[in-house]
Each structure stands twice: as C-alpha cells, then as structure tokens.
Design a protein around this ligand. Sequence first.
Ligand SMILES: Cc1cc2nc3c(=O)[nH]c(=O)nc-3n(C[C@H](O)[C@H](O)[C@H](O)COP(=O)(O)O)c2cc1C
Length: 149
Amino acid sequence: MSLHRLVYISMASGLGPTPAELRALLAQSVRHNPAAGITGMLLYAHGGYMQLLEGEGAAVEGLFARIRRDPRHSRVTTLLHGPTEARSFPQWAMAFRRLDEEGAAAAALPPPLAAFCLEGFDEARLRARPGAALELLRLYSRSNGLMAA
Ligand SMILES: Cc1cc2nc3c(=O)[nH]c(=O)nc-3n(C[C@H](O)[C@H](O)[C@H](O)COP(=O)(O)O)c2cc1C
C-alpha cells in the first residue's frame, strides 16, 4: 500500500455555494472519506476551491474521478499528485476553511499568500510559487476557526 497526495483547484459553479451548500458538501465528504481511508483539507475563496486529498493511491484516484464529475464545480486542475511519506492531515476526514471571510487573518500572512485569500486561487500564481498550495493548506489547518470533522 502506498500513500498518495493530490491537490487540485477548481471553480465553483454559478454564483458559488451558499453556506448551507458548503456545509452539505463537507458533511458528504466526512460521511464518505473514513471508509476510503481518505483525509484532507478543503479551502474555499472567492468562487474557487482548493482541496488536498491523501490516502492509498487507488482510493485517492477513485475519489478524485468522482469529484471531477461533480457539477458543483468546473475547471478542475491538478496542481500536485504523487506519493508522499506521511499524511499532512491525519486527523481530519475533511477539514474545511472559507478564506474569503478572513480579511483580518490575511493581514498576518506573507503578502503572496494573503493574495490567495483576497483574490482566490490563481493557477499561474500557484504554479509560480512551488509549495504555496501546501503552505496555505497547512497554515490554515493550524489557525482558529476551522470547521473540521
Ligand atoms: C469541491 C468538492 C469537494 C468534494 N470533496 C469530497 C470528498 O472529500 N469526499 C467525498 O466523498 N465527496 C466529495 N465531494 C462530493 C463528490 O463529488 C460526490 O458528490 C459525492 O462523493 C457523492 O456522494 P453521495 O454518493 O452521497 O451522493 C466533493 C465535491 C466538490 C464539489
């Protein structure tokens, strides 16, 4: 068995999810992921998602294939996919954080990272700064206000 990690970004459909829709999505994830041995983190900012999935290779592939087809988002773009030594989020079936409500918290971030909270997840910018996606995911997993299960 080998541990894999996948990070993607996508655009939310329509005007973006309501808080209730985000809660439903998170509940769905938390219901499914434990049986598949998946853990991870989902961020939402300004109409875009960033999600990290980690688990056994085939489980990650299977879930990602399902998520890709989900009409609640589009333009699903993989940023990072490969084997990893250890889980970054072993304690969460899926943690969630909404960054666009975090203006104040963003002020404490280094400017390149704060831009993602203020403007959403820009592919070119994320690719120009290797490690930025993981840095953001890890940073928010440590801060207060996390909705996790
Ligand atoms: C941005 C986003 C992230 C998602 N993350 C997960 C996830 O981590 N786990 C999961 O099972 N489903 C996730 N889903 C939902 C799946 O696409 C799919 O709708 C769901 O797994 C099917 O659940 P159901 O069989 O209960 O309807 C996500 C959907 C979106 C749009």
